[in-house]
Every structure is written in structure tokens, then in C-alpha cells.
Design a protein around this ligand. Sequence first.
Ligand code: MG
Length: 281
Amino acid sequence: MKKILVNEVGPRDGLQNIENILNVEERFDLIKSLEKAGINSLEIGSFVNPKSVPAMANTDVLLDKLSTTKSHYSVLIPNTVGYKAAKENRVKEICLVLCATESMNMENINKSIKDTIVEFKEIIKMTKQDNIRSKIYLSVAFECPYEGIVNPDYIHELTKDFLCNGVNEVVIADTIGAGKPEQVKKLFNTLVNDFGSSKFSAHFHDTESLAISNVKAAMEEGISKFDSCIAGLGGCPFAPGASGNLATEDLVSMLHKEGVETGIDEEMLRKSAKLAAKLTS
Ligand code: MG
């Protein structure tokens, strides 16, 4: 594989769960620093209830400040209310998160999987009319902290359902970092065979130091887009044991060593990692 797209999720996934809440100016500076390093695909915030996730308040103000740049920004939304806010703020891509087990979905958004799917399909329908790109995160795609191993057939079924309903991208998310390379390879093998590699990306956590091995396993099956998080920040506020996301600097370093292009400058990226550490400490 010659080129991999790195989707930076630090400004959302990394910052949503830290004690030290950044102001809009600091979030903006972090994004600008990442862009300077060559990253041009970023999840920059979310339209969620600021009482549940105070770190993501004022994402509208942040978007306004970012309106003149050329990068590709996505924003996470949990429901129709969030979708309306995203649309009002001229968001070009929305991220939806469905947890693949009832317990985890309840914990995350306090809703059954069935009800979530109904609402998400309505949202995806609206994105078509509004010319907004959509992606669905299938969270705890390998293992759930409450229900254990997730059946890969169920992930396949959810993928098919969402793709048939017009979602643009399916992100296979190992939210607690429990997936093993052989599981990753097997799942993507089936998904890519049935739906093509361009519909997918992957989101790994480094809980068991397997994130890089899991990226390599997914690459072997043709996946060319990965989420990562500057300085490996974050976890998941509602998933016990979910430690840091795959660090962007680790991902980029591995890819460059393997001769894969990313368009990202490692030296500049190290500066971004330092800034991220400083802002969050
Ligand atoms: Mg994550």
C-alpha cells in the first residue's frame, strides 16, 4: 500500500474525557498545529449535551473560527438535535456512534440498539438531502467491557444495513482496545470481500499495545484509512478500561518506516504532540 489517510480524532475523542477542559482558543491552536504537520482530515468536536460532555461545549464557536481553512472536518452527533446543530453550523461530515452491544449502547447514549438504528437511519436520510457526508462508528466491534466477545456476523449485519441505507463510511472501532490482529484480519477480510475496501476505516486503541499490529492487519486486507489521536490522548468516558487511542505519532512513524506515504511531517507532528500534552496536563 502506497498511501494511507490519517484521520486525526484528538480534538474530539482525545479531549472529551480529560479533566483539564480546553477553551476554544486552545482547541483551535491544537488543530492548527496538526494541520501545520500536514494533517487535513480531523474530527474536531461534537454536538452533544454540554452537561454530559462539557469539554465539547462551544464546538459551534470553534467551527466558526475554522471556517476559512481547507481541511476536511467531521463532527460527532448523538441524535437528531445534534444533527440540526451540525447542519446549522455547515458541517460537511457527521459521525454517528452505535455500540454493538446493548449494555454499551445504553451506557453510551442511554438508548436501545433498535431505537438508535431507527434514529440514525432518519439522520442518514437527511444527510442525503443536505449534501452532508455521514459515517457510522461501530463501537466495541470486537469486544465489549460488559458483554465480552462480539459476534463478527453481527458487525457484518450492521454494516450491510447501514450501507444499504446510504451511509458513506463504516468505521470499525475497537473502543476498548481488546481486538487481536487475527480477529481484525478476519473481520475485514469478510467485510472488504462483500462491500469493498473504500467504504471502511478503522479506529484502534492501544490498551494492550496491539493498535499498530491491528493497523497492519487491517492494511493487509486493503484498509487505507485510520483514526488516530495526537499524543494517544483519550479513551471513552463510558467504557471502563478504555485507555488511550492509537497515537498519531506512532501510526505515522510506523507507516513511514514501512514506506507508506501520509503527507505528514514527523518533526512537526512531535511539536503537536508536545502541545497536546502541555494543553491537557
Ligand atoms: Mg477512541
